[in-house]
Design a protein around this ligand. Structure first.
Ligand code: NAD
Length: 360
């Protein structure tokens, strides 16, 4: 009963035309930021997260605490729990689902492939099922990934480019997710928007990502490994600051249009959309490290490794014209500025090791 009360409170919008959103992966990096942004605008929302231990659970708990302070309730549960989802959809008339729960990371797929199938395939279908069975059907916005462009793409990547050569199992599950999303749209009239995020970074980020682990290791005086791509070229990524991604997510929710249900034909088709959300300005990994060294005021101990790693693509670069036209999306934070904000957060959250252990 207390649980239901918290749920109702959290889902009550503070403005008349507020959205009512189920945010999955709300204790995650992107999910926590999107949740805070929605709450700030006066939308009603509830989060769900299984708090798995892919990376430090204490960071997820700290994000949950931050959200709770703002009146956002995050339920501990799995998106594969159909009964839990049914309970939520029976209690609350969600206008939207912001689906950010997933098993992320490219390399972990080699150790634990089934966790990707569990969250990114089975979990996605369980969530689509619950959404299509809900009355009214919410519009779903979900996170795909730039990794779907894989090995075979020309740059910059546009939404219509081929995505038939995923370079990792993670990428393959995102690609499969896009196909599943299309099915739910055309068979069941579910409004679905897939967002292909490009390497998101920022405060409260993910410890498994390079910019984060480099920061930790540079501060500890540990050697960082900088991998090279094919032909000994530097890897480059279209690093995108979290605030830009959040704006893209919120604009996607606002422009989602409604689901039409299986009788969709009478009312016209429900929207099915796919957008790149990137920064349009790739930066190589050695330059990323230079920025970190400057902001941390520490020289990194670097080792360059010539072998490309399985699963890594050599570069990513987003063309965001579609998102710009249809969502008003325009990234505004460059990598240097964004990393400064990340480093400030990092130092405040973790503290800095004593200067003795630093490699000045
Ligand atoms: P994250 O790991 O910080 O967040 C995902 C959250 O989902 C975690 O808190 C995790 O505990 C939760 N989760 C995982 N499986 C779950 C399940 N079965 N049930 C309930 N909760 C579950 O990752 P993130 O960086 O915030 O990524 C958010 C989304 O964006 C993911 O879909 C990811 O694949 C996608 N994405 C992220 C990036 C990036 O650079 N961060 C790039 C491309 C795509």
């Amino acid at each position: 009963k207390v649980w239901d009360q918290k749920l109702l409170q959290s889902c009550t919008p503070e403005r008349d035309d507020g959205l009512v959103v189920l945010v999955t992966g709300a204790a995650g990096f992107v999910g926590s930021h999107v949740s805070l942004a929605l709450k700030k605008r006066g939308d009603g929302l509830v989060g769900i997260d299984n708090f798995n231990d892919y990376y430090e659970v204490s960071l997820k708990r700290a994000r949950q605490k931050l959200l709770l302070k703002q009146g956002i309730f995050v339920i501990e549960g799995d998106i594969n729990d159909a009964a839990l989802l049914k309970h939520l959809f029976d209690r609350i008339q969600f206008t939207h689902v912001m689906h950010l729960a997933a098993q992320a990371g490219v390399r972990y797929a080699m150790q634990n492939p089934m966790s990707y199938i569990h969250s990114n395939i089975a979990g996605l279908v369980t969530l689509f099922e619950a959404s299509k069975n809900a009355n009214p059907q919410p519009a779903v916005v979900w996170a795909s990934s730039s990794s779907v462009y894989g090995l075979n793409s020309k740059v910059p990547f546009s939404e219509a480019d081929r995505t038939d050569q995923p370079a990792s199992l993670y990428a393959a599950t995102k690609k499969a997710g896009e196909e599943l999303a299309h099915t739910y749209n055309h068979i069941y009239g579910l409004s679905v928007t897939g967002l292909r995020f490009f390497t998101v970074y920022g405060p409260w980020g993910r410890p498994d990502m390079a910019y984060f682990s480099f920061t930790r290791d540079i501060l500890k005086g540990k050697v960082i490994n900088i991998y090279k791509g094919p032909h000994d070229r530097d890897l480059a990524r279209d690093f995108t600051f979290i605030d830009d991604i959040v704006k893209g997510c919120v604009a996607s929710l606002d422009t989602s249009g409604r689901s039409t249900g299986s009788g969709g034909k009478k009312r016209g088709p429900a929207p099915f959309r796919t957008f790149n959300l990137g920064n349009t300005s790739p930066v190589t990994v050695p330059i990323l490290v230079e920025y970190l060294e400057r902001h941390l005021k520490v020289n990194a101990k670097k080792e360059f490794i010539k072998m490309p790693r399985n699963g890594d693509v050599p570069f990513t670069h987003a063309n965001v014209s579609l998102a710009q036209t249809q969502l008003g999306y325009k990234p505004t934070t460059n990598l240097d500025t964004g990393l400064k904000k990340f480093v400030n957060w990092y130092v405040k959250y973790y503290g800095v090791p004593s200067t003795k252990t630093r490699s000045l």
